[in-house]
Design a protein around this ligand. Structure first.
Ligand SMILES: [Zn+2]
Length: 159
């Protein structure tokens, strides 16, 4: 009876079995991957079930915890990435909204400018009218004042 020495292809664990076990399936004592025992030494054992599945199915063990931790980290990283993507989507939306606001403001400003020009034009027209009216009124007032002033002391003197 000879022994067959081989390595676990998954974790490199050295495994020694009796050659009568050649071709049988065993679980790696280290990583618990299912392996096919090679017919002779030096031949790489065939991996039947990877450590991950074997461990996942078996549960427990530090390797499983390590994997679990890695998976949680990966999930967290993915969530973080998704959040960042959402953030950048949000800021993209925000930028678009601001751009729209800016465009709306520009339109409004153009509208106001047009209204302002129209208003100034109207005011200008009315202004010259009211200026003329004002001058007339002031002239009339001045005449009235000029006419009334000398009359008042005279009237007071009469009383
Ligand atoms: Zn192994």
């Amino acid at each position: 009876m000879a022994d067959i020495k081989f390595h676990c292809p998954e974790c490199e664990q050295k495994i020694l079995v009796d050659d009568s076990a050649a071709g049988m399936q065993i679980d790696c004592p280290s990583c618990r991957s299912a392996l096919l025992i090679p017919a002779e030494a030096g031949v790489t054992a065939q991996l039947v079930t990877r450590r991950r599945q074997a461990v996942g199915a078996g549960g427990g063990g530090s390797a499983y915890e390590e994997l679990d931790r890695k998976q949680r980290e990966l999930t967290a990283a993915l969530e973080e990435a998704a959040k960042l993507r959402t953030e950048s989507e949000k800021s993209k939306t925000e930028v678009n909204r601001l751009r729209d606001d800016l465009a709306a403001t520009a339109r409004e400003r153009d509208g106001l400018r047009a209204t302002g020009l129209e208003f100034n034009r109207l005011k200008g027209g009315r202004g010259s009218l009211s200026d003329r009216a004002g001058k007339d009124a002031r002239r009339a007032h001045a005449r009235a004042a000029g006419a009334g002033e000398p009359r008042q002391p005279a009237r007071r003197a009469e009383v």
